[in-house]
Design a protein around this ligand. Structure first.
Ligand SMILES: [Zn+2]
Length: 459
């Protein structure tokens, strides 16, 4: 028995880094990351409006539109976006890597002829864990009534110059800071033609081995006047898939027995957005929608989900269909078209702020808990175990926070900081009755989303 105790003590000594032995290990990290308050309100409505105006000013940004002109068409638009990222980079000592990611598409219903679909990417490299990334995306392209019409005026002010302008503004704000992980700012193309830019960039990410922990797809973030008659500038929707698209039959079978139907990484990413928004923003309520996207409609987070990358859609709450995908016209006194007068710049700035605190929170956090597993069937207490990272990338790991909630609760309700350990037992919490998860925390309080155990919740 003595020998057993001694070996346990030795194992504990080996497993824990030096400061975990101090009394400091019992000290919790700060509950607020004070810089996030500044970041939340930093996006400038006028700059966002000006960028939307510039993008709408290219006449059309249809994926099949002119690529040669410097004033009209998607070629001019993407070159302007790239130049804008380069300007932002020049102001932070070259802190952004700016480049195109493109591929050719043909033989598709909405891209019949061979067309190069070109997205613009800017990466703000992390200082400790540069390969761990969080992405904010908007779309470059626009469309009118006929999805193949590449010549008619298609300002796409809200859909989706607003999302693109939000991405540029987030880059302006966050490039003034340094983070442990990397932030990717993306202008995706080919969205209206079948999510092609997202597919191409997702494939590029896998090919490059980028560890993207979350994609924040912003699609329509400036309209506050809905087809339902509601005018509201203080609610945002966040859509997320319930079970992961890439779940194997074996993983689905395991999930059936252990749970996880509402705890995909995308879903826990949406809870993270809500948690941060509730804490750091005023006059903005986050409405999580437990659904991949709007009913039977698509968006650019989906191609990332399709290859196993967590991703969510952030957007306005009250859409107006007269101002989406419409030829500019007046019919029976009713005005159609996605023009600048439908843009609410203050609302777009708020949603950009929500994105920015999420990007900063995730990029500022330590590496995510890995290989999280739950156990404890037929015992009084549930146990979570996880793997801790080592080396440079773990340089800002302070410890872990464990979370639990009733199975019917939509959000995490309970948590506690447990120090720099790789295991925690919830005394007298029977595993059957709760969901459990764990997040990693940095010394400044920056935290990862909650990771649900097993393949169902893995980031
Ligand atoms: Zn659209």
């Amino acid at each position: 028995m003595k020998r057993l105790l001694a070996s346990i003590a030795l194992a504990a000594t080996l497993a824990l880094p030096a400061y975990a032995h101090d009394d400091a290990a019992q000290k919790a990290p700060p509950s607020e990351v004070m810089t996030l308050y500044d970041i939340a309100t930093a996006p400038n409505p006028d700059r966002i409006y000006s960028d939307i105006e510039t993008l709408a000013g290219f006449g059309t940004r249809h994926t099949l539109s002119d690529t040669q002109s410097d004033t009209r068409g998607i070629g001019a638009a993407r070159r302007w976006i790239k130049a804008e990222f380069e300007t932002i980079s020049a102001q932070c000592g070259g802190c952004l890597e700016v480049f195109y990611v493109s591929g050719f598409v043909e033989g598709e219903t909405r891209i019949p002829e061979r067309t190069e679909v070109v997205s613009v990417i800017a990466i703000q490299r992390g200082t400790l864990d540069p390969n761990r990334m969080v992405m904010m995306s908007g779309d470059i392209d626009s469309r009118v009534t006929d999805p193949l019409d590449g010549t008619s005026d298609s300002p796409g002010a809200n859909d989706n110059a607003s999302g693109m302008a939000g991405v540029l503004e987030a880059a302006r704000v966050l490039s003034k800071y340094k983070f442990a992980g990397s932030i990717v700012y993306a202008g995706l193309s080919g969205e209206e033609q079948g999510l092609f830019g997202g597919k191409i960039v997702a494939a590029h990410a896998l090919d490059q081995g980028w560890e993207i922990k979350g994609v924040l797809n912003n699609d329509m973030i400036s309209n506050i006047s809905g087809i339902d008659g509601v005018v509201n500038n203080s609610v945002v929707r966040v859509f997320s898939e319930g079970t992961r698209d890439t779940e194997t039959p074996e993983e689905a079978r395991a999930r059936r027995f252990t749970g996880g139907e509402v705890d995909s990484p995308s879903r826990n990413l949406s809870r993270y957005v809500k948690y941060l928004g509730d804490q750091y923003m005023v006059n903005l309520d986050i409405m999580m929608v437990y659904r991949l996207d709007r009913f039977a409609r698509g968006g650019h987070h989906r191609p990332f989900n399709a290859v196993g990358i967590p991703g969510i859609r952030i957007m306005e709450t009250h859409e107006h269909y007269d101002r989406q995908h419409q030829d500019l016209r007046v019919e029976d006194g009713r005005v159609y078209g996605d023009t600048l007068d439908g843009v609410d710049k203050v609302y777009a700035a708020k949603l950009t702020g929500l994105n920015a605190i999420t990007l900063a929170g995730m990029a500022g956090a330590p590496p995510f808990p890995e290989n999280v597993e739950a156990s404890g069937a037929v015992t009084a207490s549930a146990t979570l175990k996880w793997d801790r990272p080592s080396g440079t990338r773990a340089g800002n790991l302070m410890g872990y926070r464990v979370h639990w909630r009733a199975t019917t609760a939509p959000e995490w309700t309970n948590s506690r900081y447990v120090g720099n350990v790789d295991e925690w037992t919830f005394e007298n919490l029977v595993i059957d009755n709760y969901y459990f998860g764990v997040s990693a925390v940095a010394p400044d309080g920056s935290e990862t989303p909650v990771v649900f155990p097993g393949a169902a919740g893995r980031f």
